[in-house]
Ligand binder design. Structure first.
Ligand code: AMP
Ligand code: MG
Length: 357
């Protein structure tokens, strides 16, 4: 019998927990990873660390298992799951008519935070693909996730948050959202990147379309593909007459309970704007190098460069709820490179509420 090594049973100060105590938080020992793989093979769900954010994993080929992911998250059934694979040979098992450019990009960016959408084979159930004939595939680099896939087979894993809430970047975040709802979470420390994978599709053999920005940036993709398009829905609200190229674009995303307002402008005008907000219930999310003596509200910092901001952004949005913030005024990050991913998450967290000053 496998010996479990739960780190602790948590009763953490998380907002909005409906049930407590059933979920075990597992330290990342080989035994516990084997135990988690067994759970997945039995059709159960597990919270898993990855290099992007924590995922809620289940057997990608088992429709009953995959349904549990949707139930645990409260995720709309038409929002497809990414399938995580161990090696390149698995691609031909789950996808067909894969363009040559897919393999070029896989060579360059896998294992890593890039998801590519191609035609699915029937082995991938429609429950996994959200009813689509395509599947998003990623080969992760995180060693715990890789070990689990090696033991349990392809794993479908969306971010392990309640649908609509900021993604989890620590095991603690997953426990806050999923305690009592899923059997286990593996603690692999903080996620390295902090934002979800870059999702791309292919318009043709030469053209890559970014559907969700991530840590594999447009500039990086341009080194391997002739043409890279940033889909307009990344920075703009979807027009009601346009079908979402990625179903996730339709839904409320990354939003804490607090009202997020994205503020574009210099620090002085940001501070002048902040003056107008209630001092008790408003938090400013600012850069590390901003002059805190000028800030009229309570504040949190989220780094200075884009990589740091990606690493911290979800954590800070979650902290705002713990602090009972009603409004979070966010200093808009640069939208260059990885910054596009940070900007996109904040834009959606704000429900496209941007003040330009
Ligand atoms: P998450 O599972 O939370 O990381 O989100 C996965 C994102 O990838 C969602 O926005 C999905 O809509 C998108 N996605 C996954 N598979 C596909 C697919 N086959 N076609 C289009 N978008 C996809
Ligand atoms: Mg998600």
């Amino acid at each position: 019998m496998l010996l479990l090594q739960p780190i602790r049973r948590l009763s953490l100060l998380c907002s909005k927990i409906s049930k407590m105590e059933n979920t075990v938080l597992l330290e990342a020992s080989d035994e516990n990873i084997r135990y988690a793989a067994e759970l997945i093979k039995q059709g159960k769900t597990v919270g898993i660390p990855t290099e992007t954010v924590y995922g809620l994993g289940a057997d990608a080929l088992n429709p009953h298992a995959v349904k549990k992911i949707f139930e645990a998250k409260g995720r709309p059934g038409d929002n497809p799951l990414i399938v995580h694979i161990y090696d390149i040979d698995t691609v031909s098992l789950i996808a067909h008519d894969v363009p040559e450019i897919f393999f070029r990009l896989a060579e360059k960016f896998w294992p890593g935070p890039l998801t590519m959408i191609v035609s699915k084979k029937s082995i991938i159930p429609y429950e996994t693909s959200g009813g689509l004939d395509t599947v998003g595939i990623r080969m992760p680099s995180h060693k715990i996730m890789r070990k689990l896939i090696q033991l349990a087979g392809p794993i479908a894993a969306p971010s392990a948050n309640r649908s609509g809430y900021p993604s989890p970047t620590s095991a603690h975040h997953v426990m806050c959202d999923m305690n009592g709802i899923i059997p286990a979470v593996i603690d692999g420390g903080e996620s390295r990147f902090g934002v979800e994978s870059t999702v791309i599709s292919f318009d043709d053999e030469k053209t890559v379309r970014i559907l969700r920005p991530g840590s594999v940036t447009k500039q990086m993709l341009e080194k391997a593909a002739e043409k890279v398009i940033v889909d307009e829905a990344i920075l703009n609200e979807l027009d009601s007459d346009r079908t979402a190229p990625s179903p996730g674009m339709k839904y409320k995303h990354y939003s804490p309970e607090a009202n997020v307002v994205l503020v574009e402008g210099n620090f002085e005008s940001f501070c002048r704007l902040a003056e107008k907000y209630d001092k008790e219930s408003t938090y400013c999310l600012i850069f590390d190098n901003d002059d805190i003596s000028k800030i009229p509200c309570k504040f949190m910092k989220y780094g200075s460069g884009s990589d740091e901001q990606a690493h911290l952004v979800f954590s800070r949005l979650r902290e705002a709820d713990k602090l009972h913030a009603e409004t979070v005024l966010v200093r808009a990050p640069s939208a260059d490179g990885v910054g596009l991913a940070v900007y996109n998450r904040l834009l959606r967290a704000s429900g496209f509420e941007v003040i330009r000053i």
